[in-house]
Design a protein around this ligand. Sequence first.
Ligand code: ASP
Length: 306
Amino acid sequence: MTYSLAIHGGAGTLLKENMTPEQEAAYHDALARALEAGEAILRESGSAMDAVEAAVCALENEPLFNAGRGAVYTSEGTQEMDAAVMDGRDRRAGSVAGVFGPKNPVKLARAVMERTEHVTLIGPNALEIARKAGLEFGDRDYFFTQSRWDALQETLAMRARGEVSDDPARRHGTVGAVARDVGGNIAAATSTGGMTAKAPGRVGDTPMIGAGTFADNATCAVSATGHGEVFIRWNAAGEIAARMRHAGEDLATAADHVVLQDLAPNDGSGGVIAVDGAGNIAMPFNSQGMYRGSVRQGSAPETNIY
Ligand code: ASP
């Protein structure tokens, strides 16, 4: 069996005319590094779970993306991160919501899966698990990015003027990875800072199993990015798997249906990356762009924005 890996760095209003060639190159390079981090594991016959964790860690460490180091700010100027992992072998899953501290929230999600009997943890006990697992912590300076801070000020100023131009596509971003390993197992991981100027305590789709993250060898592994509230209400990731399981749809048909027919008409801008048990990849989105990349055993890695 051959391996495949797909990653995303968020979807939204990504217009070529708003991007300098240097910015474009920086995104492509960052995506390529994350693909390589995941592929290095798959190449050595490592597990899909290890590969998606490594790819997401690389994206979390990159201030360009809204996760880990580059996380966006809440309306109060704090940062609250959500992350999840799911293993397609046995549907084991772990997630955290609203955490600040661990440099790689995806590692904490995995620690919840492996070290506790629960699926989702929040609050001080989630951080306690991170400490027990020996995870690295960062402070406010580590997580500070000027562009995210400026984005918060702009959004707050717009709100103060009573402008509802809160185009959700402008405010989001997330990172994720899905993989199939040479053993035929699949896994998904997603990590996010959420949406700029979100209310403190707001939890998005990312850590909700079946909404922003899902994996089951029998169908597919999915990592979503987009307007989280809508992805939750449409049970986006789980619905793709359900269409495959119950309606017999193939991966591309099921993923397209959910992204284009269910989410798009209902204010659910964004997209998903998905891989099925046979290693096929689908990456549909209904926004102008989605930072994404994929690689299959025996082919060269590809990264795209628009
Ligand atoms: N889905 C994420 C959230 O709602 C944001 C994003 O993917 O852009 O928290």
